[in-house]
Ligand binder design. Structure first.
Ligand SMILES: Cc1cc2nc3c(=O)[nH]c(=O)nc-3n(C[C@H](O)[C@H](O)[C@H](O)COP(=O)(O)OP(=O)(O)OC[C@H]3O[C@@H](n4cnc5c(N)ncnc54)[C@H](O)[C@@H]3O)c2cc1C
Length: 321
């Protein structure tokens, strides 16, 4: 006799700020949410030591502690947090349809609503010295960590719009910003290039890459190399920002959900609704613009409210026993 397939009202995929906020709202609305944490329980904030800009923490808080507190708050209202990856999905096209999720390439569960909070992963150069100093002065988020380098000399890697925007942001806070661009031109829009070039404390270096990030425990400098001439140069910096892009963790939804050309899930209007009824997307997986914990949390709240309203208006098929 085959085993009965578990049917859940709301499954939340991902355990970052978006997922936990969705869980708090969904649990309080009695949707009995079950969360799958994925490979990085707590999400991106578990990779940072200081979060200074999340409202409610006047002294700031370290990322892993904040995420444990969010988990505790979600569990307080009855969220069931399960360690596991959603490895495949079969999303229904029908209103009131049941979605099938495969967990760890093994177990299949059914969900009346699905909240996607799978986040995004920052791209790094993967140099050994860069990886060793992540959290010790190497960061992938200027808006998050730039403040810690106020009045200091920093460097940023990248030549696209995000890099140009982050370089301008850093230039307002820091003493000097050295911008390293691998090519002989900036990919950023003309307007962004103009902004960068108009800021006197940004030193743009074209055809330039990192040879090594210098420093033992924290970043103390950078050895750059000109990829045309091979000439190396060392500069003293305290912060290094990598701005070469993000990859949204949305691969398992490809072909089923509408996405932009870089894989961010598209949502309808101001809602978190995707093109599949009963499937909602929140956090960095659908936001390439802001990518902050507080905005992720905001859309997590919206996703739970959207799921609750959806369930109130549809009839779902009986469970097969
Ligand atoms: C170094 C660094 C410092 C930062 N500092 C700050 C800061 O100070 N302030 C701030 O506001 N923001 C900061 N950010 C940005 C912030 O971390 C993100 O905007 C936020 O975490 C996004 O939340 P999220 O819930 O959308 O996704 P994430 O935090 O990315 O979490 C995604 C979750 O989805 C899970 N997942 C992925 N795929 C699957 C799957 N198939 N099945 C199950 N689970 C899955 C992962 O395990 C993870 O738990 C920082 C980011 C970085 C990298």
């Amino acid at each position: 006799m085959s085993e009965k397939i578990e049917r859940l009202k709301t499954v939340i995929i991902g355990s970052g700020p978006a997922g936990y906020t969705a869980a708090i709202y969904a649990a309080r609305a009695d949707l009995k949410p079950v969360m799958y944490t994925g490979m990085e329980p707590g999400g991106q904030l578990t990779t940072t030591t200081e979060v200074d800009n999340f409202p409610g923490y006047p002294e700031g808080i370290d990322g892993p502690t904040m995420m444990v507190q969010l988990q505790q708050q979600a569990e307080r209202f009855g969220t069931e947090v399960r360690i596991g990856m959603v490895t495949a999905v079969e999303l229904s096209d029908e209103t009131g349809g049941i979605h099938k999720l495969t967990i760890d390439s093994d177990k299949v569960i059914e969900a009346e609503t699905v909240i996607i909070s799978t986040g995004a992963s920052a791209k790094y150069l993967n140099l050994p010295s860069e990886q060793r100093l992540r959290g010790g002065g190497v960061s992938a988020c200027a808006v998050c960590d730039g403040f810690f380098y106020k009045g200091q000399d920093v460097a940023i890697v990248g030549g696209g719009d995000t890099a140009a925007e982050e370089a301008s942001y850093l230039a307002n806070i820091c003493n000097k910003v050295t911008m390293l661009i691998r090519k002989d031109h900036m990919r950023a829009s003309k307007a962004m290039q103009h902004r960068v070039n108009s800021l006197k404390n940004i030193d743009v270096r074209y055809n330039t890459e990192i040879d090594e990030v210098l420093g033992d425990q924290v970043v103390e400098g950078l050895r750059m190399v000109n990829n045309q001439t091979g000439k190396k140069e060392e500069i003293a910096i305290t912060g290094l920002f990598i701005a070469i892009g993000h990859t949204p963790n949305t691969g398992i939804f490809k072909g089923q959900l509408d996405m932009d050309e870089t894989g961010y899930i598209l949502t309808k209007g101001k809602s978190t609704k995707t093109n599949k009824p009963g499937v909602f997307a929140s956090g960095d997986a659908q936001d390439k613009e802001y990518r902050q914990a507080v905005t992720a949390a905001g859309t997590g709240c919206m996703a739970a409210l959207d799921a609750e309203r959806y369930l109130a208006t549809v009839e779902t098929p009986e469970e097969v026993v």
